[in-house]
Ligand binder design. Structure first.
Ligand SMILES: [Zn+2]
Length: 307
């Protein structure tokens, strides 16, 4: 380690010593007074102590240096140059709790826009949640109501977050996934595809179906329900899957190649969904076989769907 690293390590070691001895003192005092040991309280107490130690270490590590003299101007989005001003600090909630990140701040004298290039690199631009915490929030936010996500973050990760922040993180990651899928769909529809060689797939299945799912009112605004004059309460979610079949059982029933199955789904029009499932299908084909079969298959699907 360099001098800075050694100083950081020494500071963290001091923090560890202080936190652990404080914790142990609390635990031993409790046991002496009550004659009992609360395992869960003890483990939780130690975990939060370890988080504080980790946060101290990470805060030390996140004190980024000022730029070198020759790197004190960077390009501004307006086309002029932004000048380095100072190091500025902001709080970020991380997997080990709240830390302070200090990084260089640049200001453009022409358009008065400020920027923190380090925030882009650290993936904390315009957010006070670290990438690790946002991943956790997205995970708990996808499986259950966002308020449960907040409780799960507290229990599983020892982190205090708001319901709104769970919702934001889940939606931001969802939006990223949706954008990536749209790019794939665009490529598939334009036949802008990589050339891949391999064995042809003799049998490939494309299945799709739709079902109504209850949604909040703003999602059905201006949509006619099933009963005349009544607003819609549900939206149709379309689901599709693509898979191959290469073997049969002894009775002659087709056996799905289970590893080949790819699922997709969205709430969108049939036309949009057609493109989505086409993209899914092409992705499966391009993982395993040649362009020629893909094009033949595409024509087959086009004739089936009348497009
Ligand atoms: Zn500017």
């Amino acid at each position: 380690m360099d001098a800075g690293g050694k100083k950081t390590a020494a500071a963290v070691l001091e923090e560890v010593t202080r936190e652990v001895s404080q914790c142990l003192q609390t635990l031993f005092t409790g046991r002496r007074k009550t004659g009992q040991v609360d395992m869960e309280a003890s483990e939780m107490l130690l975990r939060s102590a370890m988080h504080r130690v980790g946060a101290a270490g990470l805060t030390q590590f996140m004190q980024l240096p000022a730029p070198l003299a020759e790197q004190r101007t960077i390009l501004c989005s307006c086309g002029h140059m932004a000048q380095y001003q100072e190091l500025r600090s902001k709080p970020v909630l991380t997997a080990v709790g709240r830390v302070e990140v200090s990084r260089p701040y640049y200001l453009c004298a022409h358009c008065h826009n400020g920027q923190f290039p380090a925030d882009v690199e650290l993936d904390i631009e315009n957010t006070e949640f670290s990438p690790g915490v946002r991943r956790m929030q997205a995970l708990v936010g996808q499986g259950s109501p966002f308020a449960h996500g907040r409780e799960q973050m507290k229990l599983l990760a020892g982190l205090d977050v708001t319901t709104k922040s769970v919702e934001r993180a889940a939606e931001a990651i969802g939006a990223n996934i949706a954008a990536a899928e749209q790019r794939e769909i665009g490529k598939a529809v334009q036949l802008d595809l990589p050339v891949v060689l391999g064995d042809p797939i003799p049998i490939l299945y494309v299945q799709m179906d739709g079902t109504g799912v209850p949604v909040v009112r703003k999602e059905t605004e201006g949509r006619q329900g099933k009963t005349d004059g009544q607003p819609a309460h549900t939206r149709e979610v379309k689901l599709g899957c693509v898979f191959t079949q290469t073997t049969w059982d002894e009775k002659g029933y087709a056996i799905r190649d289970s590893d080949s199955t790819t699922y997709t789904g969205a709430i969108e029009t049939a036309e949009e969904f057609g493109k989505r499932i086409l993209a899914t299908w092409m992705k499966l084909i391009f993982g395993t076989q040649a362009m020629r079969s893909c094009l033949a298959g595409w024509q087959a699907l086009a004739s089936l769907s009348g497009r």
